[in-house]
Design a protein around this ligand. Structure first.
Ligand code: F6R
Length: 365
């Protein structure tokens, strides 16, 4: 079943071009118009929605953070994003003008399901982004977007994440069309770029040797930092989670602008820092943050867009992702992060597919 791959996790990392493609091609008609069969929200319904809550756990929550930025940038709708175990107990303000979006690979995560029920009780409309067809979360939702990632066996979520991002981009564009916040031409530009993602992901996977070599040099660290700004700050959370859960290395993530408010005290000689610098308007700021940690002795591995080479002067190593829209970079930049976590875990001899203390589906509180 592993089709020649050593672990399901690696197989699933490599299935992402296909998963992402499946997820969007089923939603585009022959003229590339977005058609979302499972979502019946009309332009009139959308006028009545003044707030979106995105709620999920773990990696699905990190997808939600990217989703928040997609809705805000493309559809101009205010969004809050929260982890389900917090959302449930914080008495959030929800009414019939709220759209609640649950994100879950399994569709069985208890905190996510209970949050959904709470939101429904308060009158919200419920949309879910789920991978498992017929799961509890999907059964209790008004609107459903199925990610077509296929079964995910590795405990660490990989292809579910990139298909969840694809889902958010499509839903945000669909809402932008319904509300008129973007014209057709502009929507088409983003859709055309989205259609390039499978090929671009593949081009990153084809460079896995680079990440393998990096892992061979950095597998023995006691701590690792991930930092970024904007969408890269959201993605830093995912990079850090992926690494810690399968490698058992103590990893942290930080919005790079927060460094000097405390965390920089932890940077020592040879501390390994992964710096995400994919956002054009934040690029120079990230280069400064890299210089700050370098000055304290850090070893910096940076991820930037192709062509943005100024960073080479400050980072020790740079991995380039293909040039694309800032909003879409997380779907690409997460790939080297997943590979880094995978190879470090595998070099350390860990049970990559079944990391200690973790379950694939968390159906208890
Ligand atoms: C991390 C991971 C978990 C899940 C989380 C939510 O790699 O897999 O953080 O993302 O437990 O699970 P679902 O998406 O099934 O609700």
């Amino acid at each position: 079943e592993k089709e020649g791959y050593e672990h399901f996790t690696l197989k699933e990392i490599h299935e992402q071009p296909k998963g992402v493609k499946e997820t969007f091609t089923r939603r585009l008609d022959k003229n590339s118009n977005i058609v979302l069969d499972g979502i019946t929200i009309t332009a009139e319904d959308l006028k009545n929605i003044n707030k979106i809550y995105i709620v999920a756990c773990g990696t699905a929550y990190h997808a939600g953070l990217v989703g928040r930025r997609a809705f805000e940038t493309l559809a101009k709708i205010p969004v809050e994003c929260d982890v389900a175990s917090e959302f449930r107990y914080r008495d959030p303000f929800i009414d019939e003008h709220t759209l609640f979006i649950a994100v879950s690979q399994s569709g069985e995560t208890l905190d996510t399901l209970q949050s959904l029920r709470e939101a429904k009780r308060k009158g919200a409309r419920v949309l879910s982004i789920v991978n498992v067809v017929g799961s509890s979360v999907s059964r209790e939702s008004d609107d459903i977007f199925y990610t077509w990632a296929g079964p995910e066996i590795g405990v660490a979520s990989t292809k579910a994440f990139t298909t969840q991002l694809t889902a958010f981009y499509l839903i945000a564009l669909h809402f932008a069309k319904l509300s008129g916040s973007m014209n057709d031409e502009r929507i088409k530009e983003v859709v055309d770029e989205l259609k390039m993602m499978p090929e671009m992901i593949q081009s990153i996977l084809d460079q896995s040797e680079k990440i393998q070599k990096l892992a061979a040099r950095q597998f023995n660290n006691e701590k690792v930092f991930f930092m970024g700004r904007g969408l890269d700050a959201d993605l830093a959370l995912e990079g850090s989670l992926k690494l810690k859960e399968i490698s058992y290395i103590n990893s942290f993530s930080i919005a790079a602008g927060e460094l000097k408010h405390g965390t920089i005290a932890l940077i020592e000689d040879n501390t390994f820092v992964v710096a995400l610098a994919t956002q054009d308007k934040l690029y120079e700021k990230m280069v400064s943050n890299i210089k700050e940690v370098k000055a304290r002795g850090a070893h910096v591995f940076a991820i930037a867009k192709a062509g943005k080479t100024v960073i080479e002067k400050s980072a020790d190593e740079v991995f380039y992702i293909p040039e694309t829209l800032d909003l879409l970079t997380p779907i690409l930049a997460v790939i080297p992060l997943q590979m880094l976590a995978y190879y470090i875990s595998s070099i350390r001899g860990n049970d990559v597919d079944k990391p200690r203390n973790l379950a694939k589906s968390v159906t208890v509180e």
